[in-house]
Design a protein around this ligand. Structure first.
Ligand code: PAF
Length: 283
């Protein structure tokens, strides 16, 4: 295999993967395209650890609760391919909606409990149902050894880990650290919709997260949240939520625990930005 190979249908992709020897390890990086350096760190981690790497490029309609967000989601397949070429040998899977959800597709409804109803689950109803369905479908098509997810979507990573445990799927879920621009801004496909001025305004997110990390050394979680919310109130961004949560249950914390994370979503103009930071080291 050399360079980039692109497949558009499930059958063609599966025949390609079946042409590999039996014990070939497959790394899988699911994406919605509009690739950036954050995605590349996942692709590189997969290339390093696995014999073959599959990157899916599919804007999954079922995980968007807002039609205009789906419509405005940046798409640039040629640029994506150019960027992937810089990472090495990659099998790209770019299916149509009909390939992913054929007429006989049975939607699954996994009860995520509280994990599915807080933060993103609260503000983007049905979002995780869409994520669970598409990720499970891709896992069934590709049967990866490892699958790589960015820690920027912190709750998504927890939901996927839960799903894999629930269905007893044979795939290792690997979380990769957030890739930040030198300014501190977390890399995101949505950043393409920010002007240079917006990008400056958006820096307040990582600044407030870092201030929260300092505050965590001396204040309670509730105090840290209160102060962070006050800081957002003075910024140009419109805060949706700022929460300090347990990393595995995503429950709000009122006392500090190893691994405690601050999770935040804020609007910069019309663009919804997501970020998080670990405030307390792991045990
Ligand atoms: O994180 C994303 O880009 C998407 O939610 C994912 C995992 C590719 C599923 O569509």
């Amino acid at each position: 295999m050399k360079g980039i190979e692109v497949f558009y249908s499930v059958d063609a992709l599966q025949s390609r993967l079946q042409s590999e020897q039996e014990n070939t390890t497959i790394g899988f990086v699911p994406t919605m395209g509009a690739l950036h350096y954050g995605h590349l760190t996942l692709v590189r981690a997969s290339i390093k650890a696995c014999d073959v790497t599959v990157v899916s490029v599919f804007v999954n309609p079922t995980q968007f609760n807002n039609p205009s967000d789906l419509e405005k989601y940046p798409r640039n397949f040629e640029k994506d391919i150019r960027l992937l070429r810089t990472a090495g040998d990659v099998i790209v899977f770019a299916p149509s909606v009909d390939q992913v959800y054929p007429a006989n597709y049975q939607t699954i409804k996994l009860d995520l409990g509280r994990m599915g109803s807080v933060m993103e689950g609260k503000f983007r109803e049905g979002h995780f149902d869409g994520v669970v369905n598409v990720v499970k479908r891709f896992f069934e098509i590709i049967e990866p050894t490892n699958a790589y997810f960015g820690e920027k979507d912190f709750q998504q990573l927890a939901v996927v880990q839960y799903m894999v445990r629930y269905f007893d799927m044979k795939v290792n879920i690997i979380g990769c650290p957030i890739y930040r621009e030198s300014s501190g801004l977390a890399a995101s496909s949505r950043n393409e919709r920010l002007s240079e001025y917006d990008k400056k305004d958006a820096l307040v997110i990582s600044q407030i997260l870092n201030e929260a990390k300092q505050d965590a050394l001396k204040l309670s979680p509730q105090e840290v949240v209160r102060i962070a919310i006050e800081r957002f109130g003075k910024s140009k961004l419109e805060l949706e939520y700022f929460q300090i949560v347990d990393p595995s249950t995503l429950m709000d914390l009122d006392t500090w625990k190893p691994g405690a994370h601050a999770c935040v979503t804020a609007y910069c103009g019309e663009v919804r930005l997501l970020d998080n930071l670990q405030l307390v080291p792991n045990e």
